[in-house]
Design a protein around this ligand. Sequence first.
Ligand code: AMP
Ligand code: ZN
Length: 139
Amino acid sequence: MSDCLFCKIIDGQIPSLKVYEDEQVFAFMDIMPLTKGHTLLIPKTHCKDLFEMPEEVARNLYAAAPKVANAIKAAFNPVGMNTVNNNGEAAGQTVFHYHLHLIPRYDETDGLQVKWNSRQAEFPTEVLTAIAGQIKENI
Ligand code: AMP
Ligand code: ZN
C-alpha cells in the first residue's frame, strides 16, 4: 500500500535497520525498542492485521520467526522472549501493517512488565464450554 509506513520500509523508501529479508518477510529493529534486540517481523504482502492475513502469508511469516528469534538469542543471550502482535487500535496497534514484535527478555529489571490478571472465577467450566462452542460455530 502506497501510504503504508512499513511498505515504504520494505521498499527502502524509508530507512530501517534490517536484520533479515527473504522473498516473503522483512525483519528490522523497532525504532522505540522495549528491550535490547526488540525486532519487528513483517510480511512483504501488505495486510492490516491478523484478521486480514491470508493463511499463506501467515505460514511464511511464522516460518521465519524461529530463525529471527534464534538470531536474537544467539546475539544477546536473553533468558526469554515475548512475541506480541497488536490488532486494532483498541489493542494498541499504531502501524496498520501486520507486525510481530520479538521482544527478548533479560531479567526483572529489563523494563518490560507483562501482568496477566486472570479472571478465572468469571469463567467456570460451563461458561467456558459455551464460549468454546460459539468460537467453533464460527470457524
Ligand atoms: P504497534 O503499536 O504494535 O502497532 O507497534 C508499532 C511499532 O512500530 C512500535 O513499537 C514503534 O516503535 C515501531 N515503529 C514505528 N515507526 C517505525 C520505524 N520507522 N522504524 C522502526 N520501527 C518503527
Ligand atoms: Zn503495508
